[in-house]
Structures are given as structure tokens and as C-alpha cells.
Design a binder for this molecule. Structure first.
Ligand code: SF4
Length: 133
């Protein structure tokens, strides 16, 4: 497994990916919390940038900048990421032992018994704590 470089870390900080990187194997890359938090950070930065821009360019230009960047950088990546997160959880529910366990929390891919993220087909509890839904 490769380690993330500086560029990867910057992309991860603002969650500007629409696909999980190859080094995200031991934890779910997307969770609802990380998607919403990163989207809020991006929107706040874009809002601040728009306010600064009002000092230098026309209001019309700022309005277009704000609308296009809020959609393209703020909202659209979050929506695409949520789609990927949802697809992954659906696959886990349909195809893994943890997905069929009553202790699996699909909103954050967490095993509530072990308080551990479930990322593969292999249950971290070795199926000892498995209970049907
Ligand atoms: S108790 Fe075991 S089988 Fe159930 S979600 Fe946790 S790790 Fe998976």
C-alpha cells in the first residue's frame, strides 16, 4: 500500500475526491460525517473568498463566481461522494456477514460492538458476536 503524498493530503483535507484513493483500505474513506464536514469547510472558504472578491471585481462577477464554485466545488463533490458511500454500504449489506448483522451501523460503516469501522468481507469479531438483524 502506498503512502499519501502532500497532494493527496491536501485533496483529503477538503475531501475533493469522488473516488476512494488506493491507500484508503483500513478505514472507510467516505462517511456521512466526513462528507458533510468537508462540504461545510469548502462552502465556508468559498463564501469568504467571494466576500474578499467583492473588493476587487463587480458584484455580477462575484455572484457568478459564488454560484458556480458553490455548486461545482461545494455541493457537487459532496453529492457524488454520498452516492459512492451509499453504493458501498448497499454492497456491504448485500454481500458481507457484517452487513447482515444487527450490530452493523450503515450510517458510518461501524460495528457497534467493537466500535470499529468495517471495511472488508472479513468481520473484525471473527463472527463471534454476529447476530441476525
Ligand atoms: S458484531 Fe461482528 S459481525 Fe457484527 S458488525 Fe460487528 S464485527 Fe461485524
Amino acid at each position: 500500500m502506498r503512502e499519501p503524498n502532500e497532494g493527496d493530503k491536501l485533496l483529503d483535507l477538503f475531501l475533493l475526491r469522488t473516488k476512494e484513493p488506493d491507500y484508503a483500505v483500513d478505514m472507510p474513506y467516505y462517511t456521512t460525517g466526513s462528507i458533510v464536514a468537508a462540504a461545510l469547510i469548502r462552502v465556508a472558504i468559498l463564501g469568504g473568498t467571494s466576500m474578499i472578491l467583492t473588493q476587487f471585481v463587480s458584484a455580477n462577477t462575484v455572484w457568478w463566481f459564488a454560484m458556480l464554485t458553490l455548486w461545482g466545488i461545494g455541493v457537487l463533490p459532496a453529492w457524488l461522494q454520498y452516492q459512492r458511500f451509499h453504493e458501498k454500504v448497499e454492497k456491504m449489506i448485500a454481500g458481507t456477514l457484517c452487513g447482515a448483522c444487527k450490530h452493523f451501523n450503515p450510517t458510518n460503516q461501524l460495528c457497534m460492538v467493537l466500535d470499529e469501522h468495517v471495511t472488508s468481507e472479513h468481520p473484525p469479531c471473527e463472527a463471534e458476536a454476529w447476530e441476525p438483524r
